[in-house]
Design a protein around this ligand. Structure first.
Ligand code: URA
Length: 469
């Protein structure tokens, strides 16, 4: 008999868990989620056996034990597999397309999924091979934003589709963007939300299991990972980000999915806006062909990641040629056409894209400006991310609502020359009482100095199964 408490004690004391213990733990997580949902509906399910019952406290405790003790390669693989099969999985093979996806380890203003899905879907519409992008994303996690929260700011957009609905959208639009549901990777749905409020996000083992369980449940032929490095990354050092990238690439390759990881710089918010609706607005502008100078890094990274996806799918001779194709699809309006189709298929109201600025409904704003002249030398990007969350863009507890229109606008990038009083950020809120703390956090996060910093390249290194490149 396996009891959850014995698994917690074993991990707390530094023992390697058996495959059975891990499978059992994941089963209890799913049962916990079912009980929670039933309680929300006012129903009572059959009481669980003591061995199957895990409490919220025990879940937090298990996560903290893993966070502190780590997992072996075998334990990580077991956790990933148990989470992958914790519910239903996609079967994309009947579509006879190359199924490919991208996932990021999480960043600030990191909204590339909103551009990549329509870019690659647009490429998949023409010629062979046909491509599909079955994207399972997440919500805000720690200091980072989440694709689902962003998409759900579009009135009507449903991220909780059933499997048959997902397949229908995928068949029609070549891309679908959904979340973990009580039926699709339900274990990640619970653990992800629990990690967000128990200080257990920044574990390479938990990140690997969370990301790879979702991605492998998509039945992918190819996967591109955007693994962040720098002050806004979950992993505190370059070496740890690289080790996470290698762990995920080998997990993907061992499961038969061609996997590439790009180590990319996250030392400042990506693009112009950080915050849920604000990020959708920025992407709609780009999809409509408007290129704000602050969005240049976002466009470059989205094209590079799309380029790798198109290369893995056999649509381009190299990732660089793929990036070029991605840019052409953006500029020609083909990606925007795909975006409109995808949003409509999810029930979203596309009429708001006619004037995205008019849909932005913050009720108060404050400008944070340079206190002196000099160069924007460095930023504690994680702290900037927390400031965005505290403006209301993130959750205070699992399931709590987010503020769609809260966030920041960046007016300067690292290395820019600033004069006193020049705006660096505009803060937007829907609740004015939330402005003060994030404002102080931003003040502490930004350094202005006399020496121009050397810009770091956006893409630092690429890791593939055979490290060909
Ligand atoms: N994205 C995920 O899906 N999970 C993590 O743990 C981090 C980023």
């Amino acid at each position: 008999m396996i009891h959850p408490i014995d698994i917690i004690l074993a991990k707390r004391d530094g023992y390697e868990l058996t495959t059975e213990q891990i499978q059992h733990l994941v089963r209890t997580v799913v049962l916990y989620g079912e009980q929670q949902l039933a309680a929300q509906r006012g129903e009572t399910l059959q009481p669980l056996a003591a061995t199957d019952r895990i409490t919220e406290g025990q879940l937090g405790s298990f996560l903290m034990a893993v966070f502190q003790r780590g997992l072996s390669l075998r334990e990580t693989a077991d956790l990933t597999t148990a989470m992958r099969y914790s519910g239903e999985t996609f079967h994309t093979k009947p579509l006879k397309t190359f199924s490919v996806d991208k996932h990021s380890t999480g960043g600030v203003g990191d909204k590339t999924s909103l551009l990549i899905a329509p870019i690659v879907a647009a490429a998949g519409l023409e010629g062979t091979p046909s491509i599909s992008v079955p994207m399972i994303s997440g919500r805000a996690l720690g200091h980072t934003g989440g694709t689902l929260d962003k998409l759900e700011t579009i009135p009507g957009f449903d991220t909780q589709l059933s499997l048959p609905q997902m397949m229908e959208v995928l068949r029609e639009c070549h891309a679908v963007l959904v979340g973990q549901t009580p039926r699709l990777v339900p274990a990640d749905r619970i653990l992800y939300a629990m990690r967000d409020h128990t200080g257990t996000v920044e574990s390479q083992f938990l990140i690997c299991a969370s990301i790879m369980s979702k991605k492998l449940a998509e039945d992918l032929d190819g996967l591109v990972l955007d693994v962040k490095v720098g002050s806004g990354a979950f992993m505190p050092t370059y070496a740890q980000s690289k080790s996470l990238a290698e762990l995920m690439v080998s997990t993907g390759e061992r499961s038969g999915t061609r996997t590439a990881a790009l180590l990319t710089t996250m030392d400042e918010p990506l693009g112009r806006f950080s915050g849920n609706w604000l990020e959708v607005w920025e992407c709609v502008d780009i999809l409509q062909g408007k290129r704000h100078a602050m969005s240049a890094d976002l466009i470059a990274l989205s094209n590079a990641l799309s380029g790798w996806m198109l290369y893995l799918a056999g649509k381009s001779a190299s990732p660089e040629a793929g990036a070029q194709l991605a840019d052409e699809l953006l500029l020609s309006g083909a990606a925007y056409k795909s975006w409109l189709q995808i949003v409509a298929a999810h029930g979203g109201d596309t009429s708001i894209f006619a004037n995205p600025a008019a849909f932005h409904k913050s009720t108060a704003q404050r400008v944070f400006s340079a206190s002196r002249d000099g160069y924007l030398t460095s930023m504690d990007c994680k702290e900037v991310g927390w400031a965005v969350q505290r403006l209301g863009a993130g959750r205070t507890k699992p399931g709590a609502p987010i503020s769609p229109h809260a966030g920041i606008e960046s007016h300067a990038k690292l290395g820019d020359r600033l004069s006193p009083g020049q705006p660096i950020f505009t803060l937007y809120v829907e609740d004015e009482s939330l402005l003060d703390e994030p404002y102080r956090m931003l003040q502490a996060a930004v350094t202005i100095g006399d020496i121009k910093p050397n810009p770091k390249p956006l893409i630092r290194e690429v890791i593939t199964g055979d490290n060909r490149r």
